[in-house]
Design a protein around this ligand. Structure first.
Ligand code: PMP
Length: 385
């Protein structure tokens, strides 16, 4: 092995920020983590659909019908009828003209942002945007201007400084993955109109979670978003990414978006699972309602106990600890008490904001939520005594 790789690997292993892999049995409220039974309060399987019998059956049928792999890229031999069907359903769900599937949300961000920008473009990007948006920006030839997190005054100032620039893009998460707060799409909508910019929203955590029947953040704010990027891997309980936009935008992406053109088409099972999930999300709105309700209950309980659970309406409830070492210690204490919530540390989040990223699923019972709150109470008492 190269010496520098050995040295770098060793250095990482000795770092307090070393990341360990845990083995999860499946993403249900009660599951096995590293072989031990725990309550899981950290999954993105927000609506519990990844383990829903109907979603599983739909995936199984697609495997029987089409096999396990799609066999080629969409532009060669991999374009199955269910790809187009899912795109139509997603476009209808997001109330846009068209949709295009990608192999993941990460690749959708890379492929869309790069196809829609060039060296003449300025991209205005929220400082807490997801890593895939950051990497997409780094890869693009555009000039990147970072604005302070959800600070519309800062964005407006920066847009105004480039008033005469023709090609401008504003890009933001809909629900921020580590803080769980919402981008103010009402103001962003206003600013993009005023400054003639294109608005791209990554709705990975908002799809199925907020807005009418889970349509996402544009619906929640009644905002006019030009391009919505999403993932099938969270509330939709599957895997894959997508982009919703008007016909011209999607037609352009099919011709120019490299992570669309050069990727094998999404596996049939993933497509069929998402098709069933979209149907369930719209016919069982009680799942979304329950998810939001128990999120509010837990957030309130934690704040009443004296924790700093960041405000918001999403099922992402970050409990700020600060120091990375303390956050890991807290994770271990929760683990000893039968709960799995991972500590999120730099570089994923800024220095001194290490946190427990607690997320709920619609399938958590009231007793699970109570148990989580009680355990945080118990740990607080132990720390004070
Ligand atoms: N955007 C955001 C905001 C995310 O949180 C994630 C996943 N963590 C992604 C994009 C990437 O989606 P995928 O997992 O489908 O690649």
């Amino acid at each position: 092995m190269n010496n520098w790789i050995r040295q770098e690997s060793k250095r990482k292993q000795q770092s307090p920020l070393y990341r360990n892999l845990v083995i999860t049995d499946k993403n249900t409220p009660e599951t096995l983590i590293n072989g031990e039974r725990k309550i899981l309060a950290a999954s993105n399987n927000y609506l519990g659909l990844a383990t829903d019998a109907r979603v599983i059956a739909s995936a199984q049928e697609a495997v029987e019908r089409y096999g396990t792999g799609s066999g080629g890229s969409r532009l060669t031999t991999g374009n199955l009828p269910i790809h187009g069907q899912l795109e139509q359903e997603l476009a209808r769900f997001k109330q846009t003209e068209a949709c295009l599937l990608y192999s993941s949300g990460f690749l959708a961000n890379l492929g869309v942002i790069n196809a829609l920008s060039d060296s003449e473009t300025i991209i205005f990007s929220d400082e807490l945007n997801h890593a895939s948006i950051i990497d997409a920006c780094r890869l693009s030839k555009a000039r990147i201007i970072i604005y302070k997190h959800t600070d519309m005054k800062d964005l407006e100032k920066k847009l105004a400084e480039h008033r005469n620039h023709a090609k401008k893009i504003i890009v933001t998460d809909g629900i921020f993955s580590m803080d769980g707060d919402l981008a103010p799409l009402d103001t962003l909508n206003f600013l993009k109109e005023r400054h003639g910019a294109l608005l791209i929203v990554d709705d990975a955590h908002a799809t199925g979670v907020i807005g009418t029947l889970g349509r996402g953040s544009a619906d929640y704010f009644q905002a006019n978003v030009d391009v919505t990027i999403g993932t099938l891997s969270k509330a939709l309980g599957s895997e894959g990414g997508f982009v919703c936009a008007n016909n011209e935008t999607i037609a352009l992406l099919i011709q120019t978006s490299r992570s669309f053109i050069f990727q094998t088409a999404l596996a049939p099972a993933s497509v069929a699972a998402a098709l069933m999930s979209i149907h369930i999300i719209q016919s069982e709105p009680e799942r979304q309602q329950r998810l939001l309700k128990i999120g509010m209950v837990l957030r309130k309980a934690l704040n009443q106990l004296g924790y700093t659970a960041l405000n918001g309406i999403s099922p992402i409830i970050p409990v700020i600890i600060g120091c990375a070492k303390h956050a890991v210690h807290f994770q271990n204490m929760l683990n000893e008490n039968g709960i799995f919530i991972p500590a999120i540390r730099p570089p994923t989040v800024p220095e001194n904001t290490s946190r427990l990223r607690c997320t709920l699923m619609a399938t958590h019972t009231d007793e699970h939520v109570q148990f989580i709150a009680n355990t945080f109470r118990k740990i607080k008492h132990e720390q004070l005594s």
